[in-house]
Design a protein around this ligand. Structure first.
Ligand SMILES: [Zn+2]
Ligand SMILES: [Zn+2]
Ligand SMILES: [Zn+2]
Length: 388
């Protein structure tokens, strides 16, 4: 069985201003966003575009696509061609952040490239493949539009990346064909909803489950008497609260609630008040469910999850989202730097673990899933040990 979700679309603009007319891009993007809004009013948008010293994006996805065009226009003279590899990393990081807080969405990354767009460094590829494979279950789709580019080798590279998440490459001769491609891409992507847990989510294969388990947070344990937001009883014992919105519930009530809002892994679920991704111990949930079967449960989750459309509207700010500028796309050197013999060791933050002559590679930290190089003994992000 297939179905589709409301979509959050992130446009990655890696076009070169001297080569592709931005005016044509604005009208194509306006057509695209209008089609998406016509199809589903809860469609949201964001954009990544580059200045000389790093990328920009909107701090939040927005229901109002005019903010995308306004952001581009406001910085147009300073826009430069984009580092696609770094842009994909940044895009994935932005989307993972939204996934942790919002339910019932598909995530789309649409990449615009032309003949001035730099190639993706080979150093990026293995870790990009791993990341895309892991987030494809959110669900995530990446499509790449290539305007007037003759480069079979780069096409093959990009095709492989897009293929991991059921995405495609679209090759066009000039920007005039951009609207017709975006018209196709404005259609929602279908996902298979065959899962034994919850029809609102797709199933997550075993090998990718650890990634989602690590994204989820444990609720905070409380010691003072509080009222449970699920069963309505005031209690001293085993009360926990959501680390994001602070809503309080019995741990056991939340364990029973998991079936209603699991993401496809039984002990990973969403808060009924704010959609935050939460986890409880696997054993605890199994015990609670077993007890429920043996004896009729005294406590049943009465609370319905809040309406996603109303929730998305409540997140919009009156003046629109701010433009965020970061200096270095994920601290990753571009192809040019690598070819000129960029010295990774000068940028180290922790002990270096690579032996002389060992090739420096990008890896994902197995604990926090941040992208790092293989030269660290401890992860510079979560500080856990990577190797002896
Ligand atoms: Zn309760
Ligand atoms: Zn919450
Ligand atoms: Zn880490």
């Amino acid at each position: 069985m297939t179905k589709s979700f409301s979509e959050d679309t992130l446009i990655l603009n890696a076009l070169s201003p001297g080569i592709t007319s931005m005016t044509a891009v604005y009208s194509a993007l306006t057509l695209f966003t209008n089609l998406k809004k016509d199809g589903d009013t809860s469609s949201r948008f964001n954009i990544i575009f580059f200045q000389e010293d790093g990328p920009n994006y909107l701090e939040n996805f927005t229901l109002n696509p005019e903010y995308i065009i306004m952001a581009l226009k406001s910085l147009e003279p300073a826009i430069v061609k984009g580092n696609v590899g770094g842009g994909i990393f940044l895009g994935i990081a932005i989307l993972i952040d939204v996934f942790k807080k919002i339910s019932e969405k598909s995530f789309r990354l649409i990449i615009l490239t032309d003949s001035g767009t730099p190639k993706i460094s080979k150093l990026y590829l293995p870790v990009l493949e791993t990341m895309i494979d892991q987030i494809k279950n959110m669900p995530f789709f990446m499509d790449i539009i290539r305007i007037d580019i003759e480069d079979l080798e780069e096409d093959t590279k990009l095709m492989k990346l897009a293929g991991i998440c059921n995405g495609s490459i679209y090759r066009i001769n000039n920007v005039d064909s951009l609207p017709s491609i975006l018209e196709i891409l404005a259609l929602k992507r279908e996902v298979s909803s065959e899962t034994k847990y919850n029809s609102k989510q797709i199933s997550i294969p075993k090998e990718n489950q650890q990634f989602y388990i690590n994204l989820a947070e444990y609720p905070i344990e409380l010691t003072r008497p509080e009222t449970c937001s699920i069963c309505g009883l005031k209690d001293y014992n085993a009360m926990v609260k959501c680390p994001n919105c602070g809503i309080v519930a019995h741990k056991i009530c939340w364990a029973l609630w998991t079936e209603e809002s699991t993401i496809g892994i039984p002990h990973i679920f969403r808060c009924h008040n704010c959609y935050n991704l939460i986890k409880l111990e696997k054993d605890f949930i199994e015990k609670v469910k077993l007890a429920k079967k043996v004896k009729e449960a005294q406590i049943l989750p009465q609370k319905n999850i809040l309406d996603i459309k109303e929730y998305l509207e409540s997140l919009e700010t009156q003046d629109g989202p701010k433009i965020v500028h970061i200096h270095d796309p994920m601290g990753i050197p571009s192809e040019e730097f690598i070819e000129e013999g960029y010295n990774f060791n000068e940028n180290r933050e922790e002990e270096i673990a690579t032996e002389d002559g060992e090739e420096v590679r990008f890896i994902l930290c197995p604990h926090c899933f941040k992208m790092i190089t293989n030269q660290y003994k401890r992860c510079p992000n979560c500080h856990r040990i990577l190797k002896n």
